[in-house]
Design a protein around this ligand. Structure first.
Ligand SMILES: [Fe+2]
Ligand SMILES: [Zn+2]
Length: 414
């Protein structure tokens, strides 16, 4: 690599060291080392303990480099596991460490407090919870105007936070220009193209329909493309024409159903979180898509991470024979809640409005409509990684304390 290109890379990734640039956090006031562990006390009396080798590995000085930009020279094999500082000091609110080989590291208080892995720091990063909802969501549906959502600042962050917290947000006054579908998607990330939907999909009744979507038939709430290893992330809907009768949009919070099953039917919950179900979609001569994964995915803390269920695409159950009946009962426990008045909300989406849906949590469907009345919805998908990545980055300037909270990583396949 030439020096010119390294300089170019550095201009895009200015050196920050172990600092986040977040003001107002407590300064480090003292530091002590014992048993390969550094204890740092902060001005508010909180202490955090850091393993010496963790600190050595986490040095982001110009020699060691920064994992965030991938220009990194220190790895876990660059030092011995028993490395211990020769000196630790709190200097001007920072932690400064001298290492046996003469290397020096400086950690800003904000960086330490945001990366500490014990006590309140670890709890803060795990503190985010979804706002679960049931059928009465339609009485106060999370909604934001297009002009606010596309302001590139606080409005856009508000859009992101509504989608993060509710798993669904309506965007009002998007207008009926078909180009706006892509502009709305562009707020979240690049469009994810699939064989089933292509790049942008026009949902309207057609005389010869390849997909159920292109009929006037009702559709039970579902997760789009649950038969992909990685199902689409965010559904971007844009309503161009709706009907005045039928064609109601229906939504269900899969996390609310999961919580209900966990509370009322622990046996079903255990099965749905540990035994895979399978989904299938085949377009003859073109593609045969299959996935196995749990209906409810959990993260390492047992928190809800994702939902994967598409009633019409559920493949024959393929698990241990002694579990077949119990698995049908478990899936039925989910499916019956999904259709119930307790969980299913419905609204009529007005022409010119958009709807963003977390397809790893919130299920969508519709009631029947007269296919001759011209209902027309445009649809595309954006990966969740892109959405969460932009949410974090915008938060860094507008809501820096929350920029690094753990968000659910979606449906998994184990
Ligand atoms: Fe769908
Ligand atoms: Zn270093």
């Amino acid at each position: 690599m030439s020096h010119e290109s390294a300089t170019a890379i550095e201009s895009l990734n200015p050196f920050a060291g172990n600092r986040l640039g977040i003001d107002g956090l407590s300064a480090a006031t003292s530091a002590a080392v014992a048993d390969n562990t550094v204890t740092v006390t902060f001005a508010d009396g909180v202490t955090h303990r850091f393993h010496a080798q963790w600190l050595r590995h986490s040095c982001y000085c110009e020699v060691c480099g920064n994992p965030a930009d991938g220009i990194r020279f220190t790895t876990v094999v660059s030092f011995d596991s028993g490395i211990t500082p020769t000196r630790v000091d709190a200097v001007d609110g920072d932690l400064v460490i001298a290492w046996p080989d003469g290397h020096s590291s400086t950690y800003g208080n904000d960086w330490l407090l945001h990366n500490a892995y014990d006590g309140v720091a670890a709890e803060r990063r795990r503190a985010w919870r979804p706002t679960v909802w049931k059928s009465n969501l339609n009485e106060d549906f999370p909604t934001i105007s297009w002009s606010e959502a596309s302001d590139g600042g606080a409005g856009q962050l508000r859009l992101y936070q509504l989608l993060r917290d509710y798993g669904i947000v309506q965007v009002a006054d998007l207008g009926d220009d078909p180009e706006r579908t892509e502009e709305l998607a562009g707020l979240l990330g690049p469009i994810h193209e699939t064989t089933v939907y292509g790049r942008i999909y026009d949902v309207r009744a057609e005389p010869i329909a390849k997909l159920g979507a292109k009929t006037g038939m009702p559709q039970a709430p579902h997760i789009d493309d649950a038969f992909y290893y990685s199902q689409p992330g965010i559904d971007v809907f844009h309503c161009l024409v709706n009907t005045s009768e039928g064609g109601m949009s229906t939504y269900v919070d899969g996390f609310a159903i999961a919580e209900s099953i966990a509370a009322e039917d622990p046996t079903a919950y255990e099965l749905l979180t540990t035994i895979p179900i399978a989904h299938i979609r085949r377009h003859p001569g073109e593609i045969d898509l299959r996935n196995r994964g749990p209906l409810i995915s959990l993260d390492e803390f047992g928190r809800l991470a994702g939902i994967r269920y598409f009633d019409r695409a559920l493949a024959p159950m393929d698990c241990a024979p002694e579990l077949i009946d119990a698995m049908y009962d478990a899936v039925r426990a989910y499916n019956s809640r999904m259709l119930s008045d307790e969980f299913l909300t419905q609204i009529r989406v007005a022409p010119g409005n958009g709807m963003l849906i977390d397809n790893h949590r919130v299920m969508h469907g519709r009631t029947a409509f007269d296919p001759t009345l011209g209902r027309h919805i445009r649809l595309c998908h954006v990966p969740r990684d892109e959405f969460h990545g932009r949410l974090r980055e915008l938060s860094r300037t507008l809501d820096p304390r929350g920029h690094d909270v753990f968000l659910p990583q979606g449906s998994s396949n184990f």
